[in-house]
Design a protein around this ligand. Structure first.
Ligand SMILES: Nc1ncnc2c1ncn2[C@@H]1O[C@H](COP(=O)(O)OP(=O)(O)OP(=O)(O)O)[C@@H](O)[C@H]1O
Length: 423
């Protein structure tokens, strides 16, 4: 071989590998990330620069399908369903940005989310996408709009309790609101969760707004109500067996006692190299307990739950996003919507159960969806320590028509092999 033939080996960084895989997935018609169109063809020239700086090159399936329906005139309501991590946020945000009348300097679009963490994440996307425009946006959550301050921005992202409060106090004018978005809509409309508050806010809106409902899940009991809430909506839905994405490898590990379960958890972190991960527990008490025990064994972890102050929650979440600590222990507070691309492992230390102690299938799907986002690969593990957990896991397999594969706890070499190249 002559010197001129020689090409130095190109170092394939992780980012490069992810990008190549994403290009392949976006060209595969069976992938939820597939699109036949480009962003340029979807039409919102003034926002393209924002999208490019976010490194979005091609739309995903939900973006390609939903966006033209969402911006068509006259506006029609929308119920949109797509797997976790497939770009619903950008669809919502682009719709709000496109629908604004730029000459009106008052709130015209409101997006509600179940948690402050998710609201903060979405407002960041709004501000990133609109940074080359004059569009204004602001966050309305517990510790904002104090001392009678008014919300004057064109786009409002917030949580239902605070938003309803400030509308009632006339700190948030709603006369010009023409788009009303519920992200994680099944949760936001469920009577057992935030349904009453969302309905109350809808009824406070004076114009008849376009209603946009998005989620990865729409269980039957909420779907019927959603169709009434967003009457005449265009609907994009998924079958149950399409809900879980291939990029998440679902595993379980057998444990023979509570103590063995904790040991197994620590072994996972001692023996495997994991970029970032989330451990889900039943209650905040157990999250704190596990966090303290793991810390005492030298692990760098943080625990987040609803009883912490807003400042503590924000700092913890920001530190996790920046990678200052790698393991987040939480309850369902972070099960929906949270997007941290380096999360490669989700552990269900406890399975999510509803008030009747039945498996909460939707919560399970949202939890594992914190990994494997937009074409990345991820692993989810259930730690099975009792017969009832075993039975609940089987119900999950049947519900989503997906096998959950056993990895041994007694042979860590085999465990390492099972995880190789994924986390
Ligand atoms: N067209 C695109 N090209 C590249 N990356 C994208 C594109 N659309 C979205 N993303 C990225 O994909 C990730 C997941 O997107 P997003 O958070 O919107 O998912 P989601 O569908 O809302 O998920 P969930 O159901 O969990 O809320 C984000 O990091 C986002 O920046």
């Amino acid at each position: 071989m002559s010197v001129v033939d020689y090409e130095p080996p190109v170092e394939k960084t992780e980012e490069f590998i992810v990008q190549v895989k994403l290009t392949d997935l976006q060209a595969d018609p069976n992938s939820p990330l597939y699109s036949a169109k480009t962003f340029e063809q979807l039409g919102f020239p003034e926002l393209l620069k924002g999208l490019y700086t976010m490194k979005f090159t091609k739309p995903s399936k939900i973006q390609e399908r939903a966006f033209p329906l969402l911006i068509s005139d006259p506006p029609k309501n929308m119920i949109g369903q797509s797997q976790s991590g497939t770009g619903k946020t950008a669809t919502i945000v682009l719709t709000m940005l496109t629908r604004l009348n730029l000459s009106i300097k008052a709130p015209q679009a409101i997006c509600l989310t179940p948690t402050r963490e998710l609201a903060r994440q979405i407002i960041d996307v709004v501000q990133e996408m609109s940074k080359f425009t004059d569009i204004t946006s602001e966050l309305v959550v517990k510790d904002t709009l104090h001392n009678g301050k008014h919300a004057r921005s064109q786009i409002i992202v917030g949580t239902p309790g605070r938003v309803s409060d400030v509308i009632k106090r006339k700190q948030l004018p709603v006369n010009d609101v023409k788009v009303f978005v519920l992200d994680e809509a099944d949760n936001m409309l469920d009577r057992d969760c935030l349904g009453d508050q969302s309905i109350r806010i809808r009824n406070m809106l004076t114009k008849d707004p376009q209603i946009v409902l998005f989620s990865a899940t729409f269980p039957e009991h909420v779907r019927t109500f959603s169709a009434r809430f967003a009457s005449g909506a265009n609907e994009i839905s998924l079958k149950r067996e399409e809900l879980s994405v291939n990029s998440i490898k679902q595993l379980y590990m057998d444990c023979n006692s509570e103590e063995h379960k904790f040991e197994t958890l620590c072994n996972i972190y001692d023996l495997l190299t994991i970029s970032q991960s989330i451990i889900f527990c039943k209650r905040r008490g157990s999250a704190d307990k596990i966090s303290q025990r793991m810390k005492s064994q030298g692990h760098l972890v943080g625990s987040l739950h609803g009883m912490m102050s807003p400042e503590e929650r924000d700092k913890l979440m920001d530190d996790f996003r920046r990678g200052i600590f790698k393991v987040l222990i939480s309850t369902n507070v972070v099960s929906r919507g949270i997007d941290v691309s380096l999360v490669s492992l989700v552990i269900n230390y406890d399975l999510p159960l509803d008030v009747l102690d039945q498996v909460d299938f939707e919560a399970y799907l949202h939890r594992i969806g914190r990994t494997g986002r937009f074409g990345r690969t991820g692993v989810s593990i259930i730690l099975v320590e009792s017969k009832s957990t075993w039975q609940q896991m089987q119900q999950i397999e049947r519900h989503f028509c997906r096998k959950i594969v056993r990895v041994p706890t007694e042979d860590w070499q085999q465990v390492e092999k099972a995880f190789k190249g994924i986390i």
